[in-house]
Write a protein that binds this ligand. Structure first.
Ligand code: ZN
Length: 573
């Protein structure tokens, strides 16, 4: 309709010379206002914040449009805002809430495949809206500029006066909002100021990451071994991918997804464990270092757990079944004496099985070194689930409908459960390899985050959305110890049993627990965070938000369904 009217007006140019630029003037104002109006509905803000968030930005755009008699020029100058508005509307369509996050900007500039954009199939309607709303305006602006369309000067003068009054009212409204809403901060809540702020943070974070080797070069753990030099010991940290505790038989799930681990009496299952991030590239670095949501900035100054073990005399190996992505996962992994990203060499990159890492683990163990640390980064249960296991291993069927649709839920759950069985087998095989060495050894397995599989009325799917659900945060955390280990270090083994039902955060505890199990002392080690210590104390449950700040988990969870499940987990049901 818009373009039809536009061309009609083109033909009537002589009779009504001012109408076409006036239309462009108003269309730009209206179209740029759409995200502000939509965010009033999707974001849980106070009335004052909502009024300000529409009044102030809209009146500023209105005023900007009066800065020239050529509306095409101003509209084109505002085109970055048009792109941001389009991006914002697509996100609202996709997630139902939240502004463009720092992480989303980072996903655009890095080679990180961008977990937030895995739902591309579902984006078509949103992209259609954007094309219909925003592309015609840009086309109109270009045509208008070429035709040298001018707004009538009396129109511009009148609109400028009215817009100035509106801006003044908007500023007053902002003042009122700050006065009545104590939590309001324009850089967090006022669109598009908040998107601009996130863009600045993304640039700062990119720079801090690029400078990491400089800012961390002098760092030392000053780690020392306390276990005897001549005793052979092997420790394995297995980092899972997209494994949610509530789909594990070990955690009371109604299906036999973990039959092998359940039969192993030397496995201690921690029943009440949350993670601090629902994205791989933020969660895994916290598992591999002392940084957590509470003190995340230290990640730019310190090194990872592999260096702590190295300083204490361990040989270290990092094997990953994920692609390197220039994040801290790579930085910390490459601290190892030997490291490999097995997927990099594969031709069909999506289907490399975690079990392909087992022969490498075996050959490391066959070397018979006295002190060994192996860190395995798996691909676990990452979507597309049915590619995570061979079709012949499928126990739960049908598992072939893999399109991200609610109507496929049964099939998706079957495939997901099969992938957990595959992880069960993988962990069992790692344990078997360790067991065969008959030395002191321990394996800690946890997952970076969980997953949504259309679990309730919210119909959430996958992970990494700006606001996590409890299905993304409740993760498995298990520790296996060898007989020889328990004979020699009964205190640590007993502590595991004492702590297994306590509230644990894997992002905080994986690092300190590994050091505790291996008897590595460093001023960085904190036994109140180690579940292998009787000094363990549950800390406040926090989440690492998009601005890398800690937020209490019960503030980041949004819905009733989350709190119902949280109470069940805490009650041990
Ligand atoms: Zn992940």
């Amino acid at each position: 309709m818009i373009s039809h009217d536009f061309f009609m007006m083109g033909r009537r140019k002589k009779s009504k010379p001012g109408r076409r630029p006036v239309l462009l003037f108003w269309l730009t104002v209206v179209v740029l206002a759409i995200p502000n109006i939509a965010l009033c509905v999707t974001e849980q803000m106070t009335l004052a914040a909502n009024v300000t968030n529409v009044l102030l930005p809209v009146s500023v755009v209105w005023l900007l449009m009066t800065l020239s008699r050529r509306p095409g020029k101003i509209t084109l100058l505002l085109s970055p805002l048009l792109f941001i508005a389009a991006f914002q509307l697509v996100l609202l369509y996709l997630f139902g809430h939240s502004i463009i996050a720092v992480d989303m900007f980072l996903n655009i500039v890095t080679t990180n495949p961008g977990e937030a954009f895995e739902l591309l199939n579902n984006l078509l309607p949103a992209i259609a809206i954007v094309v219909v709303l925003y592309i015609p305006i840009l086309v109109m602006a270009i045509i208008s500029l070429r035709r040298k369309d001018l707004l009538p000067s009396e129109f511009v003068g009148r609109q400028r006066r009215m817009a100035l009054i509106a801006v003044a009212v908007g500023v007053a409204s902002l003042g009122v909002t700050y006065a009545v809403d104590r939590e309001y901060r324009a850089k967090i809540q006022l669109y598009p100021v908040n998107v601009g702020y996130n863009l600045v943070l993304a640039v700062e974070r990119t720079k801090a990451t690029a400078d990491y080797f400089k800012t961390s070069s002098a760092f030392r753990f000053n780690a020392k071994p306390t276990h005897p030099d001549n005793a052979r010991e092997v420790y394995v940290l297995v980092i899972g991918e997209t494994a949610r505790a509530c789909s594990f038989g070990l955690y009371g799930y109604g299906r036999e997804t973990t039959p092998l681990l359940e039969r192993n009496r030397n496995v201690v299952t921690f029943t009440n464990v949350f993670t601090q991030s629902n994205t791989t590239h933020k969660s895994v670095p916290m598992l591999m270092s002392a940084a957590s949501a509470q003190d995340h900035h230290r990640i730019y100054r310190e090194k990872g757990i592999i260096t702590a073990f190295k300083e204490a005399g361990f040989h270290t190996v990092f094997i990953s079944n994920q692609l390197p992505n220039h994040s801290f996962i790579d930085f910390f992994g490459k601290e190892a004496d030997e490291w490999v990203f097995i997927k990099e060499k594969a031709t069909e990159k999506d289907n490399v099985a975690d079990s392909d890492m087992l022969p490498m683990v075996k050959s490391v163990l066959d070397k018979g070194r006295n002190k060994e640390l192996i860190v395995l980064h798996t691909y676990g249960s990452h979507f597309n689930y049915r590619e995570r296991y061979p079709a012949s291993d499928a126990v739960f069927k049908p598992d072939d409908a893999s399109e991200a649709k609610f109507s496929n839920r049964a099939s998706l759950v079957n495939a997901y459960d099969n992938s957990i069985r595959s992880t069960d087998r993988f962990l069992h095989d790692v344990i078997t390899l360790l067991d065969r060495t008959e030395v002191m050894s321990a394996m800690l397995y946890t997952s970076d985050h969980g997953e949504n599989i259309f679990d309730d009325g919210r119909r959430l799917f996958l992970h990494a959305s700006p606001a996590p659900s409890i299905y993304e945060l409740y993760v498995p955390f298990i520790i296996w110890t060898s007989d020889t280990y328990r004979r020699n270090y009964a205190q640590e083994a007993n502590a595991l049993l004492i702590n297994r039902h306590k509230s644990v955060t894997n992002s905080e505890s994986a690092f300190h627990t590994m050091l505790g199990l291996a008897g590595i002392e460093t001023p960085v080690r904190n036994d109140s965070l180690s579940v292998a210590s009787r000094k363990f104390r549950p800390s406040d449950r926090m989440y690492l938000d998009d601005h890398d700040e800690p937020v209490p988990v019960n503030k980041i969870l949004r819905d009733k369904q989350d709190f119902v499940l949280m109470r069940k987990i805490e009650a041990g049901k």
